[in-house]
Design a protein around this ligand. Structure first.
Ligand code: 3BY
Ligand code: FES
Ligand code: FE
Length: 424
């Protein structure tokens, strides 16, 4: 008897692979994606296998695990991950899965330990993943060396930690070199998380990213954010006014004096970095535009640094100002469920209640995140309708969305073993 027939889910996933490849090869690259990419459980499984388990992901900040033994955990779909600071400051990432019977090893989101001890039967691992101790009854042939934690690729630059769950991680060095350079003025070894939040949105992760990649919706949705943000960030943008170009010229002279990089850099469609001015006479993303933290970051002497914007597809966008930074991480939880984690960073020596008030620091992005959550959720509800069909993106207002969906399509097709169609 052919036993493979009983493995229905594999057949379904293979069918989804073929369907996804066909749809991606035949889609209009300036239109939103066909419905199953946003709501189908098997397409979601593909996203996890082919994108989140194969691409580099933003996991967290090095300042969250400042000392030996500090760890943080996160979940990439069904895969628990632990990131730990070992000897000599080295950062390790492991599958957070005990090699005895597979229990999740670290259960807290963050903490500090001398060794990694499994809560189930106390198998004990060194911070570099070696198994040190496995009880007394594993038999004489038991070799500790065969049961170390499974490592995950991990890289860090400019205070950002990236992980990659595949054996063949794509190249990322050129981006990391630039990231390190752009973050040098912020002295990322001397920052801390002042406050953080995680919200869960009832929307596919791609709708969360798509929403973030355009400010077409800002005017209608984000009164708090528009106290500081300009809706475009490039003098080449078709919307850029002469007034904006003048502002950029003035600010770039200031930034040159402060020796902070501002040039727009791209690494394929995956990464984009640029420093852009905030509204004139505004220095930070606060309600009144004044600094949210009185102690500036790193070696900066002026709070007026605009916003250094850093994009990392598939799961992060960031704003670095003179006084504080806001970093964002997106993790898919289900076909129509996504977690967005926001962390506000300040100088390590800034004192809460003296230099900054967490509530004031968070006000703009708490409001903005909630507004974006509603937009993504309404987008999802409409897309679930039988009336939904892909619609056209504006090439002026939504080129960032076009870039994202085309990055997604290209990476998906590559991982599915298909050539990518030539995109215009
Ligand atoms: O609570 C935790 O997450 C700790 C205990 C076991 C291992 N882990 C680092
Ligand atoms: Fe970890 Fe048993 S499952 S010690
Ligand atoms: Fe928004």
């Amino acid at each position: 008897m052919d036993m493979t027939a009983s493995y229905g889910p594999d057949d379904a996933l293979n069918q989804a692979r073929q369907a996804a490849a066909d749809l991606l090869q035949n889609r209009n690259p300036t239109y939103s994606l066909p419905q199953p990419f946003y709501n189908d459980a098997r397409f979601f499984a593909l996203d996890m296998q082919e994108v989140f388990e194969k691409e580099w992901l933003f996991a967290g900040m090095t300042c969250e695990i400042p000392a030996k033994g500090n760890f943080m955990t996160l979940e990439i779909g069904d895969n628990p991950v632990v990131i730990v600071r070992g000897a000599e400051g080295v950062i390790h990432a492991f599958h957070n899965v005990c090699r005895h019977r597979g229990s999740r090893l670290c259960t807290k989101e963050k903490g500090k330990v001398a060794k990694l001890v499994c809560p189930y039967h106390q198998w004990t691992y060194e911070l570099d993943g070696r198994l040190l101790f496995a009880g007394s009854d594993m038999g004489t042939n038991f070799d500790l060396n065969e049961f170390g934690l499974k490592p995950i690729n991990v890289r860090n630059a400019g205070g950002f930690i990236f992980i990659n769950l595949s054996e063949e991680a794509p190249a990322i060095d050129d981006f990391l070199v630039t990231l390190e350079h752009y973050l040098e003025p912020y002295d990322m070894d001397n920052v801390k998380v002042a406050t953080q939040t995680s919200i869960v949105e009832q929307a596919n992760w791609k709708l969360v990213i798509e929403n973030n990649r355009e400010c077409y919706h800002c005017n209608g949705a984000h009164p708090e954010l528009l106290n500081s943000l300009i809706e475009f960030d490039d003098t080449e943008d078709p919307r850029a006014t002469d007034k904006y170009k003048d502002l950029v010229t003035r600010k770039q002279a200031d930034w040159n004096n402060e020796q902070v990089p501002w040039q727009l850099k791209r690494f394929g469609k995956r990464n984009r970095l640029t420093r852009t001015p905030l509204l004139d006479n505004v220095v930070s993303m606060t309600m009144d535009g004044k600094p949210g933290c009185n102690k500036l970051m790193g070696r900066l002497t002026s709070p007026d640094m605009g916003s250094l914007r850093i994009l990392h597809l598939p799961n992060s966008w960031n704003h670095f100002m003179g006084d504080h930074a806001v970093v964002f991480r997106v993790l898919p939880l289900g076909p129509q469920l996504t977690m967005v984690t926001t962390k506000w960073l300040v100088h390590k020596d800034a004192v809460e209640g003296v230099d900054y008030d967490p509530e004031r620091l968070r006000h703009v992005w708490d409001a903005t995140n909630d507004q974006d959550r509603q937009l993504a959720e309404e987008n999802q509800r409409g897309i679930n309708s039988r009336a939904y069909q892909p619609g056209p993106y504006s090439e002026t207002y939504e080129f960032g969305v076009i870039d994202f969906v085309n990055w997604y399509g290209e990476r998906m097709l590559t991982h599915l073993g298909h050539d990518t169609p030539a995109l215009h």
